[in-house]
Ligand binder design. Structure first.
Ligand SMILES: [Zn+2]
Length: 181
């Protein structure tokens, strides 16, 4: 099996040999990337194009273990607020149930370095007092198959957050309610 597959969306079937890690799919509405693990499956649009003769494809994000309990998000926010001057990293992992983990890390006001936890479903990091956006550093670091969340403006009572699904360096925004229940 090749590491990456290159497939055509014929509608009833996908032409081509699937890859071990992920697939590029050419569809009637452009180029997509698709990957799945036991914890997350996602199809993300890379570029729009009209391709005559192929079927349309839609972006999709599925959590096979179910949505994540909302209280883990609230807990994460409390932890980040408790150290609102520093960038912090948290992970929501799957360990038979969803858990919030804080791996060993070196946080400063301008960045955070951390160990990657196994079975991570959501990467969460804070931007301390800065606004919540995915920086070029985040784009460079966030190369896995998982959900990514950034939380910012922790100096206010209404912090900002942004969420996206990442498929090996390709991203698409996701709705909070599609992740947390
Ligand atoms: Zn960031």
């Amino acid at each position: 099996m090749r590491p990456v597959g290159y497939l055509l969306n014929r509608g009833t079937n996908l032409d081509g040999e699937p890859g071990l890690f992920y697939d590029y799919i050419l569809a009637g509405n452009g180029l997509f990337v698709r990957a799945r693990s036991s914890l997350l499956a996602a199809t993300v649009s890379i570029a729009w194009a009209q391709v005559r003769g192929l079927a349309l494809l839609a972006e999709k994000m599925v959590l096979p273990k179910g949505k994540i309990p909302r209280h883990l998000y609230d807990l994460a926010l409390s932890v980040l607020f408790a150290d609102s001057c520093h960038e912090r990293y948290l992970a929501i992992t799957w360990e038979g149930e969803y858990r919030l983990r804080m791996p060993p890390q070196e946080g400063s006001s301008g960045g955070v370095q951390y160990e990657v936890m196994p079975n991570t479903v959501v990467d969460i990091h804070s931007h301390a007092g800065m606004s919540a956006f995915f920086s070029s550093t985040d784009n460079r670091d966030e190369r896995g198959l998982r959900l990514y969340m950034v939380v910012g403006r922790l100096d206010t009572l209404v912090p900002e957050r942004e969420m996206r699904v990442g498929v090996y360096g390709y991203f698409s925004p996701v709705e909070f309610d599609d992740v947390f229940a």
